[in-house]
Design a protein around this ligand. Structure first.
Ligand SMILES: *[C@@H]1O[C@H](CO)[C@@H](O)[C@H](O)[C@H]1NC(C)=O
Ligand SMILES: *[C@@H]1O[C@H](CO)[C@@H](O)[C@H](O)[C@H]1NC(C)=O
Ligand SMILES: *[C@@H]1O[C@H](CO)[C@@H](O)[C@H](O)[C@H]1NC(C)=O
Ligand SMILES: *[C@@H]1O[C@H](CO)[C@@H](O)[C@H](O)[C@H]1NC(C)=O
Ligand SMILES: *[C@@H]1O[C@H](CO)[C@@H](O)[C@H](O)[C@H]1NC(C)=O
Ligand SMILES: *[C@@H]1O[C@H](CO)[C@@H](O)[C@H](O)[C@H]1NC(C)=O
Length: 313
């Protein structure tokens, strides 16, 4: 009888404690309310400090006149994933700055409500991969900074929906290879920073759809192969291409055939190039510190080459 009683009591207590956990204010133990540190109606920036969010936290962000805020910035924070809640509160946000915030993941729905966002700074975080559609929702994005993360793989649908993106920074990651369709949705892209990664091969077609591309920066990788059609843009006469700078300095190239590519300035310093084949539309070539013994041009009658630097070959 005594034992039965104890069991009843325990049961009763448990019923009580579970109800309590879901209905009383203590249930919001993992709901954390963050107020911005920049107070006042007239500040267009909302700054949040010491924000700590893991998977068990539901954050709530507030500030005076949230709809007036154009920039949100985090400081001294540790946030596991891009917080969807932020864009529920700040619906007119133009700039979101998460630099150095310990971010590991970008969830497919994180940016669903970030429809006005123009600049997203995710530099110096701990992101390892970019999954399909991870930026979906952020269709107005113009500048995306993913430099100095730990990114080693990018799904070929990761940048889907970023039709207006002009600038993409991926400097200082762990990329060894890229799907040659990965930049395809980026129809407005003018600049790609891919320097200081571990890329080995630049495949044909990698910028085939990026008709607006001007700056393609690939220095400080392990590139030993640039396929012949790698810098070719589809449906565009080579001579009307807008490529202004292609940098391949500090790589492991032994040969390079650009007989059909137009680019104003080509940076090839610090490779082990033995031969170089250029199109007539290349204006400037910096090729110091190689072992080049032979430079050929595919059509010398129309040659536009003005500067060719070959010191230390
Ligand atoms: C984000 O903040 C950092 C640190 O203050 C700053 O250097 C960077 O320019 C900011 N990013 C943007 C997009 O404004
Ligand atoms: C990056 O990944 C390596 C392992 O691949 C890990 O040791 C390192 O801590 C990671 N860096 C960051 C900033 O997460
Ligand atoms: C990230 O890139 C954006 C766009 O170029 C730039 O404004 C910002 O300053 C960069 N962030 C840092 C921390 O340098
Ligand atoms: C190349 O750039 C010029 C000047 O910025 C622009 O007018 C032209 O439309 C661009 N070409 C393409 C194919 O985007
Ligand atoms: C080429 O390598 C030298 C020696 O390592 C370095 O000082 C120089 O900055 C490099 N040049 C370029 C353009 O990266
Ligand atoms: C340079 O390359 C051209 C074309 O491949 C070849 O005909 C020529 O013999 C080469 N010259 C030397 C000195 O290797």
């Amino acid at each position: 009888m005594k034992v039965k009683c104890v069991i009843y009591l325990t049961l009763l207590y448990c019923v009580y404690c579970t109800t309590a956990a879901t209905t009383t204010p203590s249930s919001s133990a993992n709901k954390i309310h963050y107020r911005c540190t920049t107070q006042g109606y007239y500040y267009s920036e909302a700054k949040f400090s010491n924000v700590i969010i893991d998977e068990s936290t539901i954050p709530l962000f507030t500030c005076d006149s949230t709809s007036q805020k154009q920039t949100v910035k985090f400081e001294m924070s540790s946030i596991q994933e891009v917080p969807k809640k932020l864009f529920d509160t700040f619906s007119n946000l133009l700039v979101a700055n998460f630099t150095r915030s310990g971010i590991k993941y970008i969830n497919r729905y994180s940016l669903d409500r970030a429809v006005n966002l123009q600049k997203l700074d995710l530099s110096s975080n701990a992101i390892e991969q970019l999954n399909a559609n991870c930026f979906s929702g952020a269709t107005a994005l113009l500048e995306l900074n993913l430099s100095f993360n730990n990114i080693s793989s990018i799904d070929k649908l990761a940048f889907n929906t970023l039709l207006n993106l002009i600038l993409l920074r991926l400097t200082g990651n762990k990329l060894r290879s890229l799907d040659n369709k990965v930049f395809e949705p980026l129809k407005s892209l003018r600049t790609i920073y891919l320097n200081s990664n571990e890329l080995q091969v630049i495949e044909s077609g990698i910028i085939a759809k990026n008709t607006k591309l001007q700056f393609f920066l690939l220095q400080n990788n392990h590139i030993n192969m640039v396929e012949e059609r790698a810098f070719l843009v589809e449906n565009l006469e080579a001579s009307s291409s807008n490529l202004t700078i292609v940098s391949l300095s500090n790589n492991k190239l032994t040969k390079l055939n650009l007989g059909t590519i137009k680019v104003n300035q080509l940076y090839l310093t610090n490779n082990t190039l033995e031969a170089l084949h250029l199109s007539p539309w290349i204006g400037t070539v910096y090729a110091e510190n190689n072992i080049i013994s032979n430079v050929t041009v595919s059509d010398v009658t129309n040659m536009q080459l003005k500067t060719l630097r070959l010191a230390n070959n």
